[in-house]
Design a protein around this ligand. Structure first.
Ligand SMILES: [Zn+2]
Ligand SMILES: [Zn+2]
Length: 312
């Protein structure tokens, strides 16, 4: 029997490194498969710390190309390639515009890391290592199947249906996407970086869990004039409530909400809007996705009951 579906939170911070958090990276494990969402700083290191290897991952989904979501991509591609012996599945990568170009600039024929992989393809020391792992010569160059995505139904294969919706973050400089992964066990939506928006609520309707950016208290974002393009406590709660999900996982958490005494008041604020389970995630921690409860009907809440809604 398969294990229950699990969200492995590798990283649950933003672009500012703190002792507790830095960057974004999550693995959804379901039906013996693992899907990586974003590849921020130290993703590969954290993946291995949590008992997984790059070759355990055949699918990577980028929400957008801010460095706190992408900067370990080269390491992921190269370690996955370096450990491969030719019997593995080809890595599939999905992301907004620029994902193909980024990949080519990293591992392409003239990419930033081409000197590395060409040395490993050419030198006899690397040949010996490769053969000792079970590979044969000649070593192929690193490759991935990369798709630049706009939105809508994106991908369907055995036991996985993927769809996306445009998020609202820092357009037009960067395109951003929210992702929905439907597996035989669960449906999970990752907001990526966004302000609360209807398209993500629609994407998340009927899903089990919403993994949402929650940078700070909504009031703090508003008072500092940085509410645009981001989601705080109430925005995350509102999206989860309107979509009718069972669980809300808060990620990309800023320093204010990381403080112990603020943590409780942030969760209390959310509980006033969303009555499902709320998890303020910690890094390097795994959470079970709840799928046994009956799904509440989506979109039935009375918006008048929630005056603090921050819909753009
Ligand atoms: Zn970010
Ligand atoms: Zn961002």
């Amino acid at each position: 029997m398969s294990k229950p579906p699990t969200l492995h939170v590798l990283s649950s911070g933003g672009p500012v490194p703190t002792r507790a958090r830095f960057g974004s990276a999550y693995v959804l494990e379901s039906a013996d498969r693992r899907y990586l969402i974003d590849c921020g700083p130290a993703t590969v290191y954290k993946l291995v710390q949590m008992g997984m290897q790059p070759l355990d991952i055949d699918h990577l989904f980028f929400t957008h190309h801010h460095f706190d979501h992408t900067s370990d991509y080269a390491t992921f591609l190269l370690t996955r390639w370096d450990h491969s012996i030719g019997t593995e599945n080809r890595l599939k990568v999905f992301g907004p515009a620029g994902t193909k170009a980024l990949t080519e600039r990293l591992i392409g024929e003239s990419g930033a890391f081409s000197t590395d992989w060409k040395a490993r393809v050419g030198h006899h020391l690397s040949h010996t290592m490769h053969i000792s792992r079970g590979g044969s010569l000649p070593r192929p160059a690193p490759r991935a199947d990369v798709t630049d995505t706009i939105s809508g139904p994106v991908h369907e294969e055995d036991s996985l249906t993927v769809s996306s919706a445009p998020a609202e973050h820092v357009q037009p400089f960067l395109e951003s996407l929210a992702w929905r992964l439907d597996t035989p066990q669960c449906s999970v939506v990752f907001t990526g970086d966004t302000q609360p928006c209807d398209r993500i609520v629609d994407l998340a309707r009927g899903a089990d869990a919403l993994v949402s950016l929650c940078g700070n208290f909504q009031s703090t974002l508003r008072d500092r004039g940085i509410e645009e393009g981001q989601t705080g406590t109430l925005g995350a709660a509102e999206m989860a409530a309107e979509a009718g999900v069972k669980q809300l996982f808060l990620v990309h958490i800023g320093s204010d909400l990381s403080v112990a005494e603020n943590r409780e008041s942030g969760l209390a604020e959310i509980a006033g809007v969303f009555d499902g389970e709320v998890v303020l995630t910690d890094e390097m921690t795994s959470y079970e996705i709840m799928t046994d409860r009956p799904v509440r009907s989506a979109g039935t809440r009375d918006p008048i009951a929630h005056p603090h809604i921050h819909r753009h």
